[in-house]
Design a binder for this molecule. Structure first.
Ligand code: FES
Ligand SMILES: [Fe+2]
Length: 421
């Protein structure tokens, strides 16, 4: 994120705040067919083409700092394990013994010099998953160990995050993220520490949960405080649509929040006093100032959204359990170090505030899912402010393949002229 991009974002917010109609020439969207949420057939297409062929966040590198450290992972359906090998690299294997299919590790996390199945002690190497020990091997006629390695799936890291992709021939992670990588790259992400993790299961389709974080059109209507105002002004939102279905949103504060923050106006970007919170290290002071003086978030296709702050960020992950249940997780990271189990008091306060916002968003979702399925709703109209949702759906269709989607569920591909490079 260079200085000219930051200036450009500020100019875009000026434009958004001043316009009185949708931008000239911006495409008219048709309704999103609601069956894109409710059709089991469409859900299965998403599973086959998106969640089996996209880079998704499995964890953070600091969860497994030394060779042999592992954790298990089931959010893509099949049991897997992530482990740091003797060469220092992290890999992802299916957690399925190649003898009779028992899990190779049973603990959610741990450390092991070998991956030894507890059933008959077949053992696998932690670095390449090769089969290294078979008790009474002579009783297997012609056992070819090379054909019985633990199957591996694509795994790579970016800015401290461990990503996996079920497609063994997946494009490199950095290529997949493309220009949207610019949102994390200026920050010293590797030095962050996990502050806390939370999760909830929401009875609603995964896209409905994710879309709640792709627009701020709803913000003052469900996130206002007791005095009747919200911290953000949705008309001060500048969005960036990256290739690959990724996107960005930078939203200016409301006038009421500006008054409390020590800013002179929404565009008075500078380092704010964040009290007890430590500021992250960054290659760009201007970027940190933007993060201090706006709400800035990046979305990585398909299911990761990160609202960035100068003193850390939560990572939001949306995992479909089935067509109408979603596991929503949020993991908070910050440049903190502390002794003991309890997180520092200022972080406890921050966690409480953030969890309340998550509760406010959640409050909508299950009832919305129930009513959306009613015949009362024929289709979903999307406005200009909600264009990141359209962008997500366009990419879903590109990934599934237009030829695989029933005509009545297809999205028009209209946003390409509006993408950033
Ligand atoms: S199932 Fe793993 S050793 Fe038999
Ligand atoms: Fe919200």
């Amino acid at each position: 994120m260079n200085l000219s991009k930051i200036t450009d974002i500020k100019n875009k917010i000026h434009y958004e705040a001043s316009r009185t109609e949708a931008p000239e020439g911006f495409p008219k969207f048709h309704d999103i067919p609601k069956e894109r949420y409710t059709s089991q057939e469409f859900y299965e297409l998403e599973q086959e083409h998106i969640f089996s062929n996209s880079w998704v966040v499995a964890g953070r590198e600091d969860q497994i700092p030394t060779p042999g450290d592992f954790f298990t992972f089931k959010k893509l359906g099949e049991p897997m394990l992530l482990i740091r090998g003797n060469d220092g690299s992290i890999r992802c294997f299916y957690n399925t013994c190649q003898h009779r299919g028992a899990p190779v590790v049973r603990d959610e996390s741990g450390s092991s010099k070998r991956l030894r199945c507890q059933y008959h002690s077949w053992s696998y190497d932690i670095t390449d998953g090769s089969l290294v020990a078979v008790p009474d091997e002579h009783d297997f006629i012609d056992l070819d160990r090379t054909q019985r390695c633990l199957p591996q799936i694509s795994c790579d890291t970016f800015e401290g995050f461990i990503f996996i992709n079920k497609n063994p021939l997946a494009e490199p992670l950095r290529d997949y993220l493309g220009s949207a990588a610019e949102m994390l790259e200026p920050l010293d992400n590797l030095s962050l520490k996990e502050i806390y993790r939370e999760s909830m299961v929401i009875p609603c389709n995964w896209k409905i949960t994710a879309e709640a974080f792709l627009e701020v059109y709803h913000f003052k209507h469900i996130h206002s405080n007791k005095e009747g105002w919200a911290t953000l002004d949705s008309r001060r939102a500048a969005m960036g649509l990256y290739p690959g279905g990724h996107s960005r949103m930078v939203t200016g504060y409301s006038d009421q929040h500006i008054n409390l923050s020590g800013m002179q106006g929404w565009d008075d970007w500078k380092a704010l006093d964040n009290g007890d919170f430590k500021t992250m290290e960054s290659t760009s002071q201007e970027y940190l100032e933007m993060l201090d003086c706006t709400s800035t978030a990046v979305s990585y296709f398909p299911n990761t959204i990160i609202p960035l702050g100068s003193f850390g960020y939560p990572v939001l992950l949306f995992w479909p359990i089935d067509i109408e249940n979603t596991l929503l997780e949020w993991w908070y990271y910050g440049p903190e170090d502390w002794e003991g189990n309890a997180i520092p008091e200022h972080w406890q306060k921050r966690a409480k505030q953030f969890d309340q916002i998550m509760d406010e968003d959640k409050y909508n979702m299950a009832p919305m899912w129930e009513s959306l399925k009613s015949p009362a709703l024929s289709g979903i109209p999307i406005n200009y402010q909600e264009r990141r949702i359209w962008h997500l759906h366009e990419e879903i269709d590109r990934q599934i393949g237009h030829q695989n989607i029933p005509d009545e569920l297809l999205m028009d591909q209209v946003l390409e002229p509006h993408l950033e490079s």
